[in-house]
Design a protein. Structure first.
Length: 238
């Protein structure tokens, strides 16, 4: 039985001019919603490009690898605005506390978004600080971890769209989420963090998670932490 009723699949793309990925800025922010009860992807999607402010010019690697143009980000809002839009969009779905974020690796929420929030001084709701890294249940089921393309291949799923374009990757990861659920994995939380970067206590089941995240229209409430702890797992983007 799935640990959550819905999974919000997130796959950021980032741009930077140094090797340290913690210094990169998010330039694409997609969310694809998986209905875990019906085992299907919902038609509603959230997709925004993001204007970088520390290094306004996209790196050549980002342009070539992700297919994002300078015009895309020049016309976009900054990350603090996009995060608020994402929070409001998720709130409008009326999912309650019955959902969790799913990612392919720990980078998106553990590194990229945390670094942006710290540098640019904006707050994050708790649901954007806990996640299901699908590499963990995949490794449990198949005996080893791999990237998104490898998982799609092993599961005999097509890679649709352009690899390393955020919205296309999120759609492909959503297919992997459904496949893992079909194979009987509960897709429980695998990682969490605080805005300070330190590990926090986090739940591993939907029931415990309801104590962690409570959404309301237009924002989020302060919550009480559950006592269960989940270890964080290192993982590269794939």
């Amino acid at each position: 039985m799935p640990a959550f009723d819905y999974y919000l699949v997130i796959d950021f793309e980032a741009s930077g001019h140094v090797r340290d990925s913690k210094e990169w800025e998010i330039v694409e922010f997609p969310i694809v919603v998986v209905d875990a009860q019906r085992l299907q992807v919902q038609t509603c999607e959230f997709h925004r490009y993001v204007k970088p402010t520390r290094n306004p010019q996209l790196s050549e690697f980002c342009i070539t690898n992700c297919g994002i143009s300078q015009h895309d980000v020049d016309q976009a809002s900054t990350i603090d605005v996009v995060v608020r839009e994402a929070i409001d969009w998720v709130s409008s779905l009326n999912l309650g506390g019955r959902f969790a974020v799913a990612t392919c690796g720990d980078y998106d929420l553990k590194t990229a978004l945390q670094a942006e929030a710290h540098r640019k001084q904006f707050s994050l709701p708790d649901w954007l600080q806990c996640w299901v890294n699908i590499k963990v249940p995949f490794a449990r089921l198949f005996g080893g971890a791999t990237g998104m393309k490898g998982m799609l291949s092993r599961l005999k799923l097509n890679l649709d769209g352009r690899h390393h374009r955020g919205i296309d990757d999120a759609r492909n990861i959503a297919k992997i989420v459904i496949a893992l659920l079909n194979l009987g994995d509960a897709l429980e939380l695998t990682g969490s963090c605080q805005s300070s970067g330190s590990a926090l206590q986090s739940p591993t089941t939907k029931q415990d998670y309801l104590h962690l995240t409570t959404l309301r229209q237009g924002g989020h409430e302060k919550i009480r932490r559950c006592r269960q702890c989940v270890s964080t797992n290192r993982g590269c983007r794939g």
